[in-house]
Design a protein around this ligand. Structure first.
Ligand code: FE2
Length: 429
Protein backbone atom coordinates (compact mmCIF):
# COMPACT_ATOMS: atom_id res chain seq x y z
CA UNK A 1 0.00 0.00 0.00
CA UNK A 2 1.53 3.32 -1.13
CA UNK A 3 1.14 6.57 0.82
CA UNK A 4 0.42 8.57 -2.32
CA UNK A 5 -0.04 7.88 -6.00
CA UNK A 6 -0.01 10.58 -8.68
CA UNK A 7 -1.60 9.37 -11.91
CA UNK A 8 -1.48 10.62 -15.51
CA UNK A 9 1.60 12.81 -15.07
CA UNK A 10 3.57 14.40 -17.87
CA UNK A 11 7.26 14.45 -16.95
CA UNK A 12 9.87 17.09 -17.85
CA UNK A 13 11.72 14.59 -20.07
CA UNK A 14 8.64 14.23 -22.31
CA UNK A 15 7.16 10.98 -20.99
CA UNK A 16 3.37 11.20 -20.73
CA UNK A 17 0.65 9.40 -18.79
CA UNK A 18 3.04 8.21 -16.11
CA UNK A 19 2.06 7.17 -12.57
CA UNK A 20 4.28 8.02 -9.61
CA UNK A 21 4.21 5.94 -6.44
CA UNK A 22 5.35 7.45 -3.13
CA UNK A 23 6.06 5.76 0.18
CA UNK A 24 7.87 6.93 3.29
CA UNK A 25 8.72 10.28 1.73
CA UNK A 26 10.48 8.66 -1.24
CA UNK A 27 9.53 7.99 -4.83
CA UNK A 28 9.26 4.21 -5.20
CA UNK A 29 7.85 3.84 -8.71
CA UNK A 30 7.66 5.90 -11.92
CA UNK A 31 5.84 3.91 -14.60
CA UNK A 32 2.69 3.74 -16.71
CA UNK A 33 -0.36 1.98 -15.24
CA UNK A 34 1.05 1.52 -11.75
CA UNK A 35 -1.13 -1.17 -10.18
CA UNK A 36 -0.36 -0.59 -6.48
CA UNK A 37 -3.10 0.81 -4.24
CA UNK A 38 -2.49 4.04 -2.35
CA UNK A 39 -3.95 5.79 0.69
CA UNK A 40 -4.31 8.95 -1.41
CA UNK A 41 -4.41 9.43 -5.18
CA UNK A 42 -4.05 12.66 -7.15
CA UNK A 43 -5.00 12.70 -10.84
CA UNK A 44 -2.50 15.01 -12.57
CA UNK A 45 -4.72 15.07 -15.70
CA UNK A 46 -1.74 15.04 -18.07
CA UNK A 47 -0.22 18.07 -16.49
CA UNK A 48 3.47 18.53 -15.86
CA UNK A 49 4.83 16.97 -12.67
CA UNK A 50 8.38 18.08 -11.96
CA UNK A 51 10.89 18.02 -9.13
CA UNK A 52 10.70 21.35 -7.27
CA UNK A 53 12.23 24.60 -8.39
CA UNK A 54 15.57 25.65 -6.93
CA UNK A 55 16.74 29.21 -6.40
CA UNK A 56 20.52 28.95 -6.74
CA UNK A 57 21.25 32.52 -5.67
CA UNK A 58 19.32 34.83 -3.39
CA UNK A 59 19.95 37.16 -0.44
CA UNK A 60 17.52 36.28 2.35
CA UNK A 61 19.09 38.83 4.72
CA UNK A 62 18.19 41.84 2.58
CA UNK A 63 14.98 40.53 1.06
CA UNK A 64 11.75 42.54 1.46
CA UNK A 65 13.64 45.54 2.88
CA UNK A 66 12.72 47.79 -0.04
CA UNK A 67 12.67 51.48 0.92
CA UNK A 68 14.65 51.00 4.14
CA UNK A 69 16.03 53.52 4.76
CA UNK A 70 15.50 54.90 1.22
CA UNK A 71 15.18 53.81 -2.41
CA UNK A 72 18.00 53.18 -4.90
CA UNK A 73 17.80 56.22 -7.20
CA UNK A 74 20.57 55.37 -9.68
CA UNK A 75 19.58 51.70 -10.00
CA UNK A 76 23.24 50.64 -9.83
CA UNK A 77 24.91 47.80 -7.94
CA UNK A 78 27.15 50.28 -6.13
CA UNK A 79 24.30 52.45 -4.83
CA UNK A 80 22.59 49.23 -3.71
CA UNK A 81 25.70 48.22 -1.72
CA UNK A 82 25.91 51.73 -0.20
CA UNK A 83 22.21 51.64 0.70
CA UNK A 84 22.55 48.21 2.32
CA UNK A 85 25.48 49.68 4.30
CA UNK A 86 23.15 52.42 5.60
CA UNK A 87 20.56 49.85 6.63
CA UNK A 88 22.97 47.39 8.30
CA UNK A 89 23.43 49.24 11.64
CA UNK A 90 19.62 49.46 11.96
CA UNK A 91 18.99 45.75 11.45
CA UNK A 92 17.72 43.40 14.14
CA UNK A 93 17.89 39.61 14.03
CA UNK A 94 14.12 39.39 14.52
CA UNK A 95 13.38 41.67 11.57
CA UNK A 96 15.75 39.74 9.29
CA UNK A 97 14.19 36.46 10.42
CA UNK A 98 10.63 37.67 9.83
CA UNK A 99 11.27 39.08 6.36
CA UNK A 100 13.24 36.01 5.27
CA UNK A 101 10.55 33.70 6.61
CA UNK A 102 7.89 35.59 4.66
CA UNK A 103 9.93 35.12 1.49
CA UNK A 104 10.37 31.40 2.23
CA UNK A 105 6.58 31.04 2.49
CA UNK A 106 6.29 32.65 -0.94
CA UNK A 107 8.91 30.17 -2.16
CA UNK A 108 6.96 27.19 -0.86
CA UNK A 109 3.80 28.52 -2.50
CA UNK A 110 5.69 28.87 -5.79
CA UNK A 111 7.15 25.36 -5.57
CA UNK A 112 10.72 26.48 -4.81
CA UNK A 113 11.84 24.02 -2.14
CA UNK A 114 15.59 24.59 -2.23
CA UNK A 115 17.24 27.98 -1.76
CA UNK A 116 20.93 28.92 -1.74
CA UNK A 117 21.16 32.22 0.11
CA UNK A 118 24.19 34.42 0.57
CA UNK A 119 24.47 35.96 4.02
CA UNK A 120 26.51 39.11 4.63
CA UNK A 121 29.34 38.56 7.12
CA UNK A 122 30.55 42.18 7.08
CA UNK A 123 28.61 43.01 10.22
CA UNK A 124 30.63 42.12 13.31
CA UNK A 125 27.45 41.16 15.18
CA UNK A 126 26.71 38.41 12.58
CA UNK A 127 23.02 39.07 13.22
CA UNK A 128 22.01 37.89 9.77
CA UNK A 129 24.03 34.69 10.12
CA UNK A 130 22.28 33.84 13.39
CA UNK A 131 18.84 34.76 12.02
CA UNK A 132 19.21 32.69 8.85
CA UNK A 133 20.70 29.70 10.69
CA UNK A 134 17.65 29.76 12.99
CA UNK A 135 15.36 30.03 9.97
CA UNK A 136 17.13 27.15 8.21
CA UNK A 137 16.49 25.03 11.29
CA UNK A 138 12.84 26.04 11.71
CA UNK A 139 11.98 25.42 8.06
CA UNK A 140 13.99 22.19 7.70
CA UNK A 141 10.88 20.00 7.34
CA UNK A 142 9.60 22.13 4.45
CA UNK A 143 12.47 23.74 2.62
CA UNK A 144 16.24 23.22 2.23
CA UNK A 145 18.38 26.32 2.70
CA UNK A 146 22.10 26.42 1.88
CA UNK A 147 23.90 29.45 3.31
CA UNK A 148 26.92 31.12 1.73
CA UNK A 149 29.26 33.26 3.88
CA UNK A 150 29.37 36.43 1.80
CA UNK A 151 31.84 39.25 2.53
CA UNK A 152 29.64 41.93 0.95
CA UNK A 153 32.05 44.82 1.67
CA UNK A 154 35.08 42.94 0.36
CA UNK A 155 37.25 40.17 1.82
CA UNK A 156 40.25 42.52 2.09
CA UNK A 157 38.40 45.83 1.89
CA UNK A 158 36.45 45.16 5.11
CA UNK A 159 39.09 44.55 7.81
CA UNK A 160 37.26 41.85 9.79
CA UNK A 161 35.96 39.81 6.84
CA UNK A 162 38.28 36.85 7.32
CA UNK A 163 37.58 36.59 11.04
CA UNK A 164 33.81 36.98 10.54
CA UNK A 165 33.69 34.54 7.64
CA UNK A 166 35.50 31.88 9.69
CA UNK A 167 33.12 32.54 12.62
CA UNK A 168 30.15 32.11 10.27
CA UNK A 169 31.52 28.80 8.96
CA UNK A 170 32.06 27.62 12.56
CA UNK A 171 28.42 28.43 13.31
CA UNK A 172 27.30 26.16 10.46
CA UNK A 173 27.23 28.25 7.28
CA UNK A 174 27.68 25.81 4.37
CA UNK A 175 29.50 27.53 1.50
CA UNK A 176 32.37 30.05 1.05
CA UNK A 177 31.48 33.24 -0.86
CA UNK A 178 33.40 36.23 -2.17
CA UNK A 179 33.18 39.45 -4.18
CA UNK A 180 36.53 39.98 -5.97
CA UNK A 181 35.28 42.81 -8.23
CA UNK A 182 34.51 44.92 -5.13
CA UNK A 183 38.04 44.71 -3.70
CA UNK A 184 40.15 47.87 -4.09
CA UNK A 185 42.20 46.59 -7.02
CA UNK A 186 42.17 43.78 -9.56
CA UNK A 187 45.18 42.36 -7.72
CA UNK A 188 43.34 42.35 -4.40
CA UNK A 189 40.41 40.69 -6.15
CA UNK A 190 42.66 37.92 -7.48
CA UNK A 191 44.24 37.44 -4.06
CA UNK A 192 40.80 37.25 -2.44
CA UNK A 193 39.84 34.44 -4.82
CA UNK A 194 43.04 32.57 -3.89
CA UNK A 195 42.49 33.07 -0.15
CA UNK A 196 38.81 32.09 -0.20
CA UNK A 197 39.28 28.96 -2.29
CA UNK A 198 42.06 27.97 0.13
CA UNK A 199 39.65 28.36 3.06
CA UNK A 200 37.03 26.25 1.22
CA UNK A 201 39.56 23.53 0.45
CA UNK A 202 40.80 23.49 4.06
CA UNK A 203 37.23 23.17 5.38
CA UNK A 204 35.99 20.75 2.71
CA UNK A 205 33.32 23.22 1.58
CA UNK A 206 31.82 24.39 -1.69
CA UNK A 207 32.50 27.86 -3.13
CA UNK A 208 29.99 30.28 -4.64
CA UNK A 209 31.48 33.64 -5.47
CA UNK A 210 29.88 36.82 -6.75
CA UNK A 211 32.30 37.14 -9.64
CA UNK A 212 32.83 39.92 -12.17
CA UNK A 213 29.45 41.53 -11.56
CA UNK A 214 30.20 44.57 -13.70
CA UNK A 215 30.23 45.80 -17.29
CA UNK A 216 34.04 46.00 -17.24
CA UNK A 217 35.31 43.71 -20.02
CA UNK A 218 38.66 43.46 -18.23
CA UNK A 219 37.18 42.07 -15.03
CA UNK A 220 38.55 38.53 -15.31
CA UNK A 221 38.34 37.07 -11.82
CA UNK A 222 36.51 34.05 -13.24
CA UNK A 223 39.83 33.10 -14.85
CA UNK A 224 41.54 33.12 -11.42
CA UNK A 225 38.60 31.23 -9.91
CA UNK A 226 39.04 28.52 -12.56
CA UNK A 227 42.79 28.30 -11.89
CA UNK A 228 42.37 28.12 -8.10
CA UNK A 229 39.54 25.57 -8.44
CA UNK A 230 41.88 23.27 -10.34
CA UNK A 231 44.79 23.99 -7.96
CA UNK A 232 42.73 23.02 -4.93
CA UNK A 233 40.97 20.05 -6.54
CA UNK A 234 37.58 21.71 -6.06
CA UNK A 235 36.15 20.67 -9.45
CA UNK A 236 32.33 20.43 -9.49
CA UNK A 237 32.14 22.19 -6.09
CA UNK A 238 32.52 25.78 -7.27
CA UNK A 239 30.03 28.23 -8.77
CA UNK A 240 30.66 31.61 -10.36
CA UNK A 241 27.67 33.84 -9.72
CA UNK A 242 26.72 36.65 -12.13
CA UNK A 243 29.80 36.66 -14.44
CA UNK A 244 28.23 39.70 -16.13
CA UNK A 245 31.55 41.10 -17.38
CA UNK A 246 31.60 38.14 -19.80
CA UNK A 247 28.79 39.92 -21.64
CA UNK A 248 31.22 42.73 -22.53
CA UNK A 249 34.42 40.72 -23.03
CA UNK A 250 36.43 40.37 -26.19
CA UNK A 251 35.20 37.36 -28.18
CA UNK A 252 38.67 35.92 -28.70
CA UNK A 253 39.37 35.94 -24.98
CA UNK A 254 36.00 34.27 -24.28
CA UNK A 255 36.88 31.50 -26.73
CA UNK A 256 39.69 30.59 -24.33
CA UNK A 257 37.78 31.33 -21.12
CA UNK A 258 34.68 29.15 -21.61
CA UNK A 259 36.69 25.92 -22.13
CA UNK A 260 38.68 26.86 -19.01
CA UNK A 261 35.44 27.19 -16.98
CA UNK A 262 34.39 23.79 -18.34
CA UNK A 263 37.79 22.25 -17.50
CA UNK A 264 37.51 23.52 -13.92
CA UNK A 265 33.98 22.09 -13.55
CA UNK A 266 32.70 25.49 -12.45
CA UNK A 267 28.95 26.07 -12.65
CA UNK A 268 27.71 29.46 -13.85
CA UNK A 269 24.82 31.07 -12.01
CA UNK A 270 23.12 33.86 -13.95
CA UNK A 271 20.60 36.14 -12.27
CA UNK A 272 18.69 37.48 -15.27
CA UNK A 273 16.18 39.75 -13.49
CA UNK A 274 18.91 41.52 -11.57
CA UNK A 275 21.62 41.47 -14.25
CA UNK A 276 19.39 43.24 -16.76
CA UNK A 277 18.35 45.74 -14.07
CA UNK A 278 21.79 46.65 -12.66
CA UNK A 279 24.07 46.31 -15.68
CA UNK A 280 24.34 48.72 -18.59
CA UNK A 281 23.56 51.69 -16.33
CA UNK A 282 26.53 53.67 -17.60
CA UNK A 283 25.61 53.07 -21.25
CA UNK A 284 23.75 55.44 -23.54
CA UNK A 285 22.45 53.51 -26.56
CA UNK A 286 22.71 50.71 -27.36
CA UNK A 287 22.54 49.55 -23.74
CA UNK A 288 24.19 46.27 -22.83
CA UNK A 289 21.94 43.59 -21.32
CA UNK A 290 24.62 42.44 -18.88
CA UNK A 291 23.58 38.80 -18.50
CA UNK A 292 26.49 36.39 -18.92
CA UNK A 293 26.84 34.31 -22.10
CA UNK A 294 24.28 31.67 -21.10
CA UNK A 295 23.77 30.31 -24.61
CA UNK A 296 27.49 29.79 -25.24
CA UNK A 297 28.17 28.39 -21.75
CA UNK A 298 25.34 25.87 -22.13
CA UNK A 299 26.53 24.91 -25.63
CA UNK A 300 30.03 24.27 -24.23
CA UNK A 301 28.65 21.88 -21.61
CA UNK A 302 29.03 24.19 -18.60
CA UNK A 303 26.32 23.65 -15.96
CA UNK A 304 24.22 26.82 -15.90
CA UNK A 305 21.70 27.60 -13.16
CA UNK A 306 19.58 30.69 -12.57
CA UNK A 307 18.92 32.63 -9.38
CA UNK A 308 16.39 35.28 -8.40
CA UNK A 309 19.09 37.15 -6.43
CA UNK A 310 16.89 39.94 -5.03
CA UNK A 311 13.24 40.42 -4.12
CA UNK A 312 12.19 43.93 -3.07
CA UNK A 313 15.53 45.05 -1.64
CA UNK A 314 18.18 47.77 -2.21
CA UNK A 315 18.99 46.34 -5.65
CA UNK A 316 15.58 45.41 -7.09
CA UNK A 317 12.12 46.80 -6.34
CA UNK A 318 9.98 43.96 -7.73
CA UNK A 319 9.56 40.18 -7.62
CA UNK A 320 7.44 37.52 -5.95
CA UNK A 321 10.13 34.83 -5.86
CA UNK A 322 8.84 32.96 -8.88
CA UNK A 323 11.54 30.89 -10.60
CA UNK A 324 9.40 30.63 -13.74
CA UNK A 325 9.61 34.43 -14.01
CA UNK A 326 13.40 34.10 -13.73
CA UNK A 327 13.51 31.41 -16.45
CA UNK A 328 11.27 33.50 -18.68
CA UNK A 329 13.48 36.57 -18.33
CA UNK A 330 16.63 34.53 -19.05
CA UNK A 331 15.04 33.16 -22.18
CA UNK A 332 14.24 36.63 -23.51
CA UNK A 333 17.48 38.33 -22.51
CA UNK A 334 19.64 35.47 -23.79
CA UNK A 335 17.80 34.87 -27.11
CA UNK A 336 17.17 31.32 -25.89
CA UNK A 337 14.05 30.69 -27.97
CA UNK A 338 14.96 27.39 -29.64
CA UNK A 339 13.01 24.39 -28.36
CA UNK A 340 16.04 22.81 -26.68
CA UNK A 341 17.08 26.21 -25.33
CA UNK A 342 13.72 26.87 -23.68
CA UNK A 343 13.92 23.44 -22.07
CA UNK A 344 17.44 24.32 -20.87
CA UNK A 345 16.00 27.40 -19.15
CA UNK A 346 13.59 25.12 -17.28
CA UNK A 347 16.52 22.88 -16.32
CA UNK A 348 18.44 25.92 -15.04
CA UNK A 349 15.82 26.30 -12.30
CA UNK A 350 15.49 22.53 -11.67
CA UNK A 351 17.95 19.75 -12.59
CA UNK A 352 21.00 21.91 -13.39
CA UNK A 353 20.49 23.91 -10.23
CA UNK A 354 20.45 20.63 -8.26
CA UNK A 355 23.76 19.72 -9.86
CA UNK A 356 25.20 23.16 -9.06
CA UNK A 357 24.20 22.88 -5.39
CA UNK A 358 25.34 19.23 -5.23
CA UNK A 359 21.94 18.11 -3.93
CA UNK A 360 21.43 14.45 -3.06
CA UNK A 361 18.25 12.52 -3.93
CA UNK A 362 16.81 15.22 -6.21
CA UNK A 363 14.89 14.06 -9.27
CA UNK A 364 12.03 12.01 -10.55
CA UNK A 365 13.20 8.43 -10.24
CA UNK A 366 12.75 5.63 -7.71
CA UNK A 367 14.90 6.40 -4.66
CA UNK A 368 14.63 10.19 -4.99
CA UNK A 369 12.94 12.32 -2.36
CA UNK A 370 9.19 12.64 -3.02
CA UNK A 371 9.46 16.39 -3.63
CA UNK A 372 7.24 17.35 -6.56
CA UNK A 373 5.16 20.11 -8.08
CA UNK A 374 2.08 19.69 -10.25
CA UNK A 375 1.87 22.61 -12.67
CA UNK A 376 -1.06 23.96 -14.66
CA UNK A 377 0.80 23.24 -17.90
CA UNK A 378 1.43 20.24 -20.13
CA UNK A 379 5.18 20.63 -20.52
CA UNK A 380 8.14 22.80 -19.46
CA UNK A 381 7.75 25.19 -22.39
CA UNK A 382 4.10 25.88 -21.55
CA UNK A 383 5.06 26.21 -17.89
CA UNK A 384 7.48 29.04 -18.73
CA UNK A 385 5.12 30.67 -21.26
CA UNK A 386 2.26 30.86 -18.77
CA UNK A 387 4.34 31.10 -15.60
CA UNK A 388 1.95 28.33 -14.74
CA UNK A 389 0.17 27.99 -11.42
CA UNK A 390 1.69 25.53 -8.99
CA UNK A 391 -1.47 23.48 -8.39
CA UNK A 392 0.16 21.30 -5.73
CA UNK A 393 3.54 21.48 -4.00
CA UNK A 394 4.58 18.21 -2.40
CA UNK A 395 7.51 17.62 -0.07
CA UNK A 396 8.51 14.14 1.14
CA UNK A 397 5.09 12.92 0.02
CA UNK A 398 3.12 15.55 1.98
CA UNK A 399 1.10 18.30 0.31
CA UNK A 400 2.62 21.61 1.43
CA UNK A 401 0.66 24.09 -0.68
CA UNK A 402 -2.10 24.21 -3.25
CA UNK A 403 -3.28 26.89 -5.69
CA UNK A 404 -6.51 26.70 -7.70
CA UNK A 405 -6.17 26.55 -11.50
CA UNK A 406 -6.09 29.95 -13.19
CA UNK A 407 -9.21 30.58 -15.23
CA UNK A 408 -10.82 33.70 -16.70
CA UNK A 409 -14.51 34.06 -17.51
CA UNK A 410 -15.56 36.18 -20.49
CA UNK A 411 -19.00 37.53 -19.68
CA UNK A 412 -19.86 39.31 -22.96
CA UNK A 413 -22.98 37.56 -24.19
CA UNK A 414 -21.90 36.40 -27.63
CA UNK A 415 -18.42 35.41 -26.39
CA UNK A 416 -19.36 33.77 -23.12
CA UNK A 417 -16.75 31.16 -22.13
CA UNK A 418 -13.89 30.39 -19.76
CA UNK A 419 -10.24 30.62 -20.78
CA UNK A 420 -7.06 29.11 -19.37
CA UNK A 421 -4.64 30.34 -22.08
CA UNK A 422 -3.56 26.83 -23.07
CA UNK A 423 -3.04 26.24 -26.78
CA UNK A 424 -2.11 23.09 -28.62
CA UNK A 425 1.45 23.69 -29.69
CA UNK A 426 4.02 22.15 -31.94
CA UNK A 427 6.48 21.83 -29.09
CA UNK A 428 5.19 18.33 -28.25
CA UNK A 429 7.71 17.23 -25.69
FE1 FE2 B 1 23.87 38.30 -5.27
Amino acid sequence: MLDLKITAANLPDGRQNIDIGIQGGKIVAVEPNLAAEAAQTIDAKNRLVTPPFIDSHVHLDSTLSLGMPRLNESGTLLEGIALWGELKPLLTADAIFDRAKKLCLWSIAKGTLVIRSHVDVCDDRLLAVDALLALREELKPYLDIQLVAFPQDGFFRYPKSRENLLRALAKGVDVVGGIPHFERTMQDGAESVAALTRIAADHGLMVDMHCDESDDPLSRHIEILAKETINHGLQNRVAGSHLTSMHSMDNYYVSKLIPLIREAGIAAIANPLINITLQGRHDTYPKRRGMTRVKELMAAGVTVAFGHDCVMDPWYPLGSHDMLEVAQMALHVGHLTGVAEIKSCFEAVTANAAKTLNLANYGLAPGCNADLIILQAENPIEAIRLRAERLAVIRRGQILATTPPRETTIHAKSLKRTLDFTHANLFAS
